[in-house]
Design a protein around this ligand. Sequence first.
Ligand SMILES: NC(=O)C1=CN([C@@H]2O[C@H](COP(=O)(O)OP(=O)(O)OC[C@H]3O[C@@H](n4cnc5c(N)ncnc54)[C@H](OP(=O)(O)O)[C@@H]3O)[C@@H](O)[C@H]2O)C=CC1
Ligand SMILES: O=C(O)CCC(=O)C(=O)O
Length: 447
Amino acid sequence: MKNNIDAFLDLVKERNGHEPEFLQAVEEVAETVIPYIVKHDIYYGKNILLRMVEPERLISFRISWVDDQGEIQVNRGYRVQMNSAIGPYKGGLRFHPTVNASILKFLAFEQVFKNSLTTLPMGGGKGGSDFDPKGKSDNEIMRFCHAFMSELFRHIGPNTDVPAGDIGVGGREIGFLFGMYKKLRNEFTGVLTGKGMSWGGSLIRPEATGYGTVYFAEKMLSTKGDDLKNKNVVVSGSGNVAQFAVEKSLQLGAKVLTMSDSSGYIYDVDGIDTEKLAHVMELKNVKRARISEYLKKYPNAEFVEGKTPWGVKCDIALPCATQNELNENDANTLLGNGCICVSEGANMPSTKDAITAFHKAKILFAPGKASNAGGVATSGLEMTQNSLRFNWTREEVDNKLKEIMSNIHDSCIEYGKDEDGYIDYVKGANIAGFVKVADAMLAQGIV
Ligand SMILES: NC(=O)C1=CN([C@@H]2O[C@H](COP(=O)(O)OP(=O)(O)OC[C@H]3O[C@@H](n4cnc5c(N)ncnc54)[C@H](OP(=O)(O)O)[C@@H]3O)[C@@H](O)[C@H]2O)C=CC1
Ligand SMILES: O=C(O)CCC(=O)C(=O)O
C-alpha cells in the first residue's frame, strides 16, 4: 500500500514540485483514497486519481486597470477548471496578494471532493487574482472587477462554470463582476452565486458557510450525546465565514471568546454576544477596519497582535480564516487545554501534523471539505432557484442546508468509521467525495 501511495505522490511531485499547498492537499487525499482504490477492482488500475489531480483547464490572464491616481496597474488572474465529471465547474474567486497557481489548484482540488459531498450536480473549480483589495476605494474595486470579468466572461457560463466569492470577494465584488458579465453577454443568467437578493441571490447564502460549519460541529458532538450549549468556542477570522460561524454558535447557546484578522486576535473574556458581533460586522463589512478597533468600543477585551487565537482555552475551535493557520504546536495547545471538537470553516486551515495530533487524541475533527461545504451547497441551491426562476424562503433554504450537512456527516461515518468506532472524518470525506466523481468519470470514458 505504502508503495502505491509513494509512487503516486512521486509522480505528482515530479509535475508539481513547486506547488506546496497543492501537494499538501493531494497527499491528504492520496493517503486515504489509494488504500480504498486498491481494495476495489472497479477503480483499480484506471489512473482515476492521476486524472483527478490534473486540472481539465488552467486559465491565466492579464488584468490591466487604472487606480484612483491615474496609474496603470497590472495583476494576474486565474481560473482553475479542475473537474466537470458531475456538473459545471463551481467554486469561489479569491482576491489576495498571496494568490498563485499552487493555492488555486489546492482549492480547486478540494472543491471537487466538497462539491461531490453535497450531492448536488457541481464539478470543481476555483479562481482569483493576486489583487489586494485592502485600502482600495469602491471605485478601484469596481474597475478591477470589471477588468477581471472582461477576460473571465469568455470562459464561464451558467452551464459551464459558475464562480462565487472566497477571501476578498463578497457581495460588493460579485455585484461588479455580474454587472460586467451581463453587459458583455447581454444575458441575465445565474452565472455567479452570492448575488444580491433583488437580482437572483438566495436567502441564507451569505450565512451558509459559517452556519454549516457549526451545524456540522453540532452533528459531530451529537455522536457523543453532546451539543454546543455552554461550550467555549474560539474562532479565527472575522470575515464572511467567521461572522456567521459566531452567529450560529451564539444561537445554539455557546460562548464565543475570540475573532481575528491577519493583524492578530481579540479575546473577549465576557464573550462576543450578538450586539458585539453586529459591531464586528459593521467594522469589517462597512468600515473595512482592523479587528483591533473592537477595543475602542469594548475596552474589556484584549488584542493580541500578530498571533492566532489557539492558545485561548476552549472546548471547540473553529478555524475560519485561511490555509495552514493552525499548526502542530497549536493543535497540541488546544488539546492540552481540553478542546474536544474542531470544525474547519476555512479551507485546509490545519496543517498535516496538526490533523495527525487531533486524530491521535481521537477528538472530533472535521476537514473543511466536509464542514464548510454548506457555502457551496447553498450556492447550488441558488443555481436551482435561478433555473426555476423562483425564490425559496429563508426557512426552506436553511432546512435544506441542515439536511445537506447532516447527509455529509452520514457519508463521513459510512466511509470513515474505524474498527474501534472512531470516526475519521478526513478519510470519510475523501472517500465519499471520490466515489461519486470516480463513478461518473468511469461512465464517461477516457476524456
Ligand atoms: N466564503 C465562503 O462561502 C467560503 C469560504 N471558505 C473559506 O473560508 C476562509 C475564509 O473565507 P471568507 O470568510 O469568505 O473570506 P473573507 O475575506 O470574508 O475573510 C477572511 C478572513 O481571514 C483573514 N485572513 C485572510 N488571510 C489571512 C492570513 N494569511 N492570515 C491571517 N488571517 C487571514 C482575514 O483577515 P484580513 O482581513 O486581515 O486579511 C479575514 O478576517 C477561506 O479559507 C475560504 O477559502 C470556504 C468555503 C466557502
Ligand atoms: O459557493 C461557491 O461556489 C464556492 C464556495 C467556495 O469557494 C468554497 O467552498 O471554498
